[in-house]
Design a protein around this ligand. Structure first.
Ligand code: NDP
Length: 298
């Protein structure tokens, strides 16, 4: 439909970055330069790319970045020691360990090791618990970014039927927790679907808001959607294509057919991706503010 709104994640992310920049200045005035530490224990080129993007994003808004690299085959203790050092550093307010960590390292132990006040990914069990309890400290970046997009486009979640496709700890579960929150940006009646869901199509057909985060290229199509639904496509999938790189990125939603039915839809790229990046900066500034009792009002 021509009336379909294409949700511009780049534009909303730029607004978030502008906000963050203002708060960086407030902190600077109080004598604090916010700092984010990224920790990489992986040879995976995608992880390397993500980390360097995060460093560049920091620079753009005036956040100092510190980078620590651990050999992928080093003992887990090396990673724990690095986290302990960063926990102790006054110039580091946020700590992000790029996931996945190698198989010989226990991910849960890593996440628990990070000082919860510096846990800008929001994956420490204390922060997960606070989110579930409606008292979030750091909301995980991707679902938080989705929440901001919905708010920026005045998408009503209150009383809406929402379907989240995917139940991962980093996207699906926290997304559902935000949507059921007793707040104006929540209050949705939320269904969480996953690989054992029977009749996904039936659930989607009823949904006013769909958040697709299954990691399967283009598996939600227009025929499955309710007329006028808001469709948030979290998926970022590489598929073979006749391009210079030999691949292209597609979402979990078949964009063309979905666009014909949806009331509003996020593109891939340019939808949720830039928001995830921006919310990390937001969480870092929030962390610095909390640690120094500077009201950055985020
Ligand atoms: P995971 O692989 O951790 O989780 C995928 C979820 O989808 C699982 O809960 C799985 O169910 C569910 N699922 C799998 N198959 C089906 C199916 N046929 N029907 C319904 N549900 C299904 O992925 P992530 O949550 O980490 O990421 C999801 C997608 O989002 C990926 O494409 C990823 O690249 C992208 N992503 C994008 C970000 C961004 O900034 N835009 C950030 C993070 C991720 P089960 O639990 O039963 O296995």
């Amino acid at each position: 439909a021509d009336a379909t709104t294409v949700i511009d994640g780049e534009a909303v992310a730029a607004d978030v970055r502008a906000d963050v920049t203002t708060h960086v200045e407030t902190l600077e005035d109080a004598g604090v330069t916010p700092g984010l530490a990224t920790v990489l224990m992986s040879d995976d080129p995608a992880s390397e790319t993500y980390v360097s993007m995060k460093q560049r994003d920091c620079e753009e808004v005036g956040i100092e970045s510190v980078h620590v690299e651990i050999d992928a085959d080093a003992p887990a203790d090396e990673l724990y020691d690095a986290i302990d050092d960063l926990n102790d550093r006054d110039d580091v307010h946020g700590i992000l360990v790029q996931l996945p960590v190698p198989d010989h390292v226990d991910k849960r132990s890593v996440l628990r090791r990070i000082d919860p006040e510096k846990d800008v990914d929001g994956f420490h069990p204390e922060n997960v618990g606070r989110l579930v309890a409606g008292d979030a400290r750091f909301k995980p970046c991707t679902p938080h970014g989705v929440q901001k997009l919905l708010a920026a486009y005045d998408v009503e979640t209150e009383g809406a039927d929402a379907v989240v496709v995917g139940r991962s700890d980093i996207v699906g579960k926290p997304m559902a927790n935000l949507l059921i929150q007793k707040s104006p940006t929540g209050n949705a009646t939320t269904t969480v679907c996953h690989s054992r869901t029977e009749d996904l199509a039936g659930k989607l057909a009823e949904a006013d808001v769909v958040v697709a985060a299954a990691g399967i290229p283009e598996f939600v199509d227009g025929s499955m959607l309710k007329d006028g639904a808001t469709v948030i496509d979290v998926g970022i999938n590489r598929v073979d294509a006749d391009t210079e790189k030999g691949y292209e990125l597609v979402g979990d939603v078949e964009y063309e057919s979905a666009r014909g039915v949806a009331g509003a839809i996020t593109p891939v790229p340019g939808g949720v991706g830039p928001m995830t990046r921006a919310m990390l900066l937001y969480n870092t500034v929030k962390a610095a503010g909390l640690q120094y009792d500077v009201d950055v009002n985020l």
